[in-house]
Write a protein that binds this ligand. Structure first.
Ligand code: MSP
Length: 472
């Protein structure tokens, strides 16, 4: 039975709380596991200039989406790479007085290094200058030809080198003189075929079609119109789903070398940490409207979500002054009934509904909504903590049941949110879950439905370092 069916069953009973539906027990029967394999792609990046935060954003969305699906038990193939053909790359190489192959090697490597340091778990990094790709393009062309889709003719149009696209006369009216092109195989045909190359075409097309193709809004036409047409003309299925995102601007303007406003992601990862930058881009980036990057906004977002809310709750419930025994205590339902309000009990029971609601956001790339929801739950847990004043309970011998219930609820919230935030902040989530004593085999989405602590308290990890220092 699939998760979709679970969603339907839950939604068909409006007004009923999930505790009453006994979702945790239900889950045991219908594991969260999705069974279909997942083939996620990013666009391949032009090597005419080094990477900026906009490029990192595209890849981060794909990485978080892929990680989420891995956590849900699916087999995932995530591909990325570099696009090394086209006039603008040739021009960039000649400007830097390098041969095109040397120039491509260097910039392609910059993308690779960035993706590794940003903790992108890609499975394949394709370069369009590789032999396997040349063979795929050749074969695809032959297939189009044998299907009768290639004919000789003369065509005239305005070719924009910077856009690597033909423009209409209307669009050209707005430009200074455009360059002409003598390209033989249209660069976009060559570039799009990269997705087939990584899937094993032409020898052994193992995983086809892609299940999620992640692209920026500027390349929608190529992916939504040309690409399915090329594929159908070659007797291949079009991708299942295109996920399109908006752009990052700086001071309301497009990032460009000539404007001097390019934001370097490596520099920002050093300043804000890898997870800090990952969190900011995924929390503030939305698919429907462009985001405006400012360092001030990064500082505020990280401090308010990761430092004051997530880090603070972990710090409070694992501090030796409150948690003398340094454990994750089990739930005492009686103590909960006695000391907790109906609202607080409801908050606790809704933790088990979070995987379903964030699933939708990770799948549709509205990851900011998943993070909003999780941060709001963590806020409520901090408010619950303040309300019960555990620092006072910790001083009274006869209040240990009450204290342990507060600690249990706070830690269960951290466990759930930590597991669900792994795709966005993998390092911090690892540190948090390790501190809570949660082994690496108990961090899947399914494990949220298990009782992590049963009768016996679980010993906390010994690392006392803070999750993330306040960003100045
Ligand atoms: N090489 C083509 C893609 C071929 S895919 C078959 C290309 N390359 S690109 O380097 O110009 O862009 C790659 C991706 O980065 C695109 O999805 C694009 O939307 C994204 N971004 C480029 N600038 C961006 C921002 N400022 N903000 C967010 N994403 C940005 O197009």
């Amino acid at each position: 039975m699939s998760t979709t069916l679970v969603n339907i069953l839950v939604r068909r009973r409006p007004g009923k709380s999930l505790t009453r539906l006994c979702l945790p027990c239900f889950r045991k029967l219908v594991s969260y596991k999705h069974t279909t394999p997942c083939f996620v792609t990013t666009p391949i990046f032009y090597v005419n200039a080094g990477p900026h935060i906009g490029h990192l954003y595209t890849v981060l969305l794909a990485d978080a989406h892929a990680r989420w699906n891995r956590l849900s038990g699916r087999n995932v193939l995530l591909s990325t790479g570099t696009d090394e053909h086209g006039l603008k790359i040739q021009q960039a190489a000649s400007r830097s007085e390098r041969s095109p192959p040397d120039y491509c090697d260097e910039v392609s490597q910059q993308f690779k290094v960035l993706f590794q340091s940003a903790n992108i778990q890609y499975d394949d990094f394709i370069r369009t200058t590789q032999d396997r790709h040349r063979r795929a393009v050749q074969r695809f062309w032959e297939q189009l030809e044998s299907n009768g889709h290639i004919y000789r003719g003369s065509y005239e149009g305005w070719y924009s080198v910077s856009d690597e696209a033909f423009l209409t006369s209307e669009e050209v009216k707005d430009l200074t003189t455009p360059d002409g092109s003598t390209a033989k195989i249209y660069v976009w045909l060559d570039a799009l075929i990269n997705y087939l190359t990584v899937a094993g075409y032409p020898d052994n097309l193992t995983t086809w079609p892609p299940t999620s193709q992640i692209i920026g809004k500027d390349i929608l036409k190529f992916h939504a119109v040309y690409w399915p047409a090329f594929l159908m003309a070659s007797d291949l299925s079009p991708p299942t789903r295109l996920l399109c995102h908006s752009h990052w601007l700086v001071d309301g303007r497009k990032m460009s070398k000539s404007l001097g406003n390019v934001v370097d992601p490596s520099d920002r990862m050093e300043r804000y940490s890898v997870d800090g930058l990952r969190y900011f881009l995924l929390k503030e980036g939305t698919p429907h409207s462009d985001g405006n990057y400012t360092d001030r906004k990064v500082t505020e977002t990280i401090n308010s979500g990761l430092v004051n809310t997530l880090g603070n709750l972990l710090h409070r419930c694992t501090s030796t002054s409150i948690n003398h025994a340094q454990v994750f205590p089990p739930l005492d339902p009686q103590a909960m009934d006695t000391h907790f309000s109906a609202e607080e009990i409801h908050m606790y029971s809704t933790l088990k509904t979070l995987p379903d609601s964030v699933d939708e956001h990770y799948q549709t790339l509205t990851i900011y909504k998943a993070l909003d929801q999780l941060i709001s739950v963590l806020h409520q847990a901090n408010a619950m903590f303040d309300h019960h004043k555990p620092w006072q309970l910790a001083k009274q011998m006869d209040q240990s049941e009450h204290l342990n219930t507060v600690l249990h609820v706070a830690m269960e919230t951290l466990r759930t949110c930590g597991i669900l935030m792994q795709p966005v902040i993998p390092n911090m989530a690892d540190q948090l879950l390790t501190k809570l004593g949660i082994g690496t085999d108990r961090r899947t989405i399914d494990s949220i439905y298990e009782d992590f602590v049963k009768d016996k308290a679980v010993k906390l990890g010994t690392d006392t370092s803070v999750l993330l220092k306040r960003v100045k």
